[in-house]
Design a protein around this ligand. Structure first.
Ligand SMILES: Cc1cc2nc3c(=O)[nH]c(=O)nc-3n(C[C@H](O)[C@H](O)[C@H](O)COP(=O)(O)OP(=O)(O)OC[C@H]3O[C@@H](n4cnc5c(N)ncnc54)[C@H](O)[C@@H]3O)c2cc1C
Length: 442
């Protein structure tokens, strides 16, 4: 996606099949179609963007794009592990150990710093591209008024002060606010809070409206969305994927983009590619908007809950649960999200909950997305692992995928995002069983 949303790109484009109709798959399809490709998206659900892309907090943000693996996250995660209502949960199990080992290795200051710098670069481009899409009429729900942090404690203010300094060092804007300044910026907040921060360059949107609006634009460009078609297994021959076995029969393919979010690893495993992505469950609950609900999005720093003002309702999102593919709702943690909302916004106390939602963020252990080609399979592109920032990152991911397909130099160095950057720590059971070698990526 570049500044011209009216014109397509030059370059030789081919038939592309995208696996997964979440925000990433949709953005990739739109971008490739704009460049002249014939694109088909296969989505197993009966509608597009029903999974993680539908109910997230909708922040289009570069200031809050921390890598999930960092010394601070590691320490905080350990402290929170034992509290049933904390914003973080880890269900210990053997299967998670290799992911945790990689997470710990990625949490050194040096690696976290490199990942942080890359995430800032990616998310800043993402924020710019969202603005361009909105200017072109392709994201009417984008609101560009900035984002507030709210602090309940002196410790929160101190943490906020150092976060702002770290953001300034990366060229991001943001300023600390006194309690009075915070309440002036957002009168819906409780006077019990101690202070806040304002980030003027941030935006937010209704993520479902964004994804489906982009899909509508992609359809006009000729993209074929085939909902209700699940990819069962890719068929490989001679270093290529030649076809996809699906619930609608075998589909021959030229180029394939794997954008199936947290469901990407099993499909990748079938073709010998190891993607250590864990599902990190998060929730939202929504209450009807009342007079006195906020006009700005607010990040409640101590409770790690985000309040997003959407049409007719206030969405409260939070929690990161490393609980495998378990999609059960934990009422204790949803209750904690509600309490944080009530504490920060007196007007919603007692308001009925409209709905509770959960989604699985696709999280690689180093917090960086997986974008790029894979050496062993010449016609496969991976675009997944967007973790906590897929809505923000979808447009820049799409641009990078388009640049790769067109053979153009990518606008961002892809090295740290290589999909095959992780070595398998233990041989997979399938591979060990049939005697083949575990893949050893470069
Ligand atoms: C509580 C919460 C808050 C969040 N807040 C933000 C935020 O403020 N800002 C932000 O940028 N991000 C946020 N995120 C993260 C964001 O939601 C994700 O990063 C993003 O939605 C991932 O998009 P995706 O397209 O990769 O995955 P998904 O939306 O999960 O899409 C994957 C699609 O692939 C389909 N699929 C899977 N397997 C197959 C198959 N075999 N065949 C065909 N189709 C298949 C699925 O049905 C699904 O539709 C949040 C997430 C959560 C949970």
């Amino acid at each position: 996606m570049d500044s011209s949303h009216a014109a397509g790109q030059s370059g030789v484009m081919r038939d592309v099949v995208v696996i997964g109709g979440g925000v990433v798959g949709i953005a990739v399809a739109y971008e490739l179609a704009r460049a002249g490709a014939a694109v088909t998206v296969l989505e197993r659900e009966s509608e597009l963007a029903t999974e993680c892309s539908s109910g997230n907090a909708g922040m289009v943000s570069s200031t809050h794009a921390f890598p999930i693996a960092s010394p601070t996250a590691l320490m905080q995660g350990l402290r929170w592990m034992w509290r049933p209502d904390s914003p973080f949960k880890l269900r210990p199990r053997t299967h998670l150990l290799p992911w945790l080992a990689r997470f710990t290795a990625a949490s050194t200051p040096g690696r976290a710093d490199r990942a942080g710098a890359l995430l800032v670069q990616l998310t800043q481009l993402g924020v710019e591209l969202h603005a361009e899409l909105a200017d072109a009429g392709l994201n009417e729900s984008l609101v560009r008024r900035g984002l507030l942090d709210a602090y309940e404690t002196e410790a929160g203010i101190e943490a906020g002060r150092s976060e702002i300094a770290a953001r300034h060092a990366r060229g991001l804007t943001g300023e600390l606010l006194s309690r009075e300044e915070l309440l002036e910026a957002e009168p819906a907040l409780s006077p019990d809070l101690l202070g806040g921060a304002f980030y003027p360059d941030e935006a937010y949107c209704d993520p479902l409206l964004f994804a489906r609006g982009l899909a509508a634009a992609a359809t006009e460009l000729g993209v074929r969305f085939r909902c209700g078609v699940e990819v069962l297994a890719p068929a490989k021959a001679g270093g290529r994927i030649v076809a996809l076995e699906t619930t609608a029969g075998r589909i021959a393919v030229d180029q394939v983009v794997l954008a199936a979010g947290v469901w990407s690893p099993p499909l990748a495993r079938d073709i010998g590619l190891y993607l250590p992505i864990e599902g990190a469950k998060g929730y939202h609950l929504e209450v009807e908007s009342q007079s006195g609900t906020p006009r700005l999005p607010v990040y409640m720093m101590e409770s790690k809950v985000v309040a997003t003002p959407l049409e007719g309702r206030l969405r409260l999102s939070g929690t990161l649960e490393l609980d495998g593919m378990d999609t059960r709702v934990d009422p204790v943690r949803v209750g904690a999200i509600r309490r944080a909302g009530d504490h920060h916004f007196p007007a919603i106390r007692g308001a009925a909950v409209r709905n509770v939602w959960r989604g699985l963020r696709p999280c690689p252990p180093d917090g960086l997305p997986m974008i790029g080609r894979v050496e062993e399979l010449e016609n496969l592109l991976v675009a997944t692992g967007h973790g906590v920032g897929g809505t923000t990152l979808a447009p820049i991911t799409a641009q990078l995928v388009r640049e790769i397909v067109q053979g153009l130099p990518p606008s961002v160095d892809l090295e740290l995002m290589r999909p095959d950057r992780f070595r398998r720590l233990l041989p997979s059971r399938n591979r060990a069983a049939n005697g083949s070698q575990a893949p050893v990526p470069a």
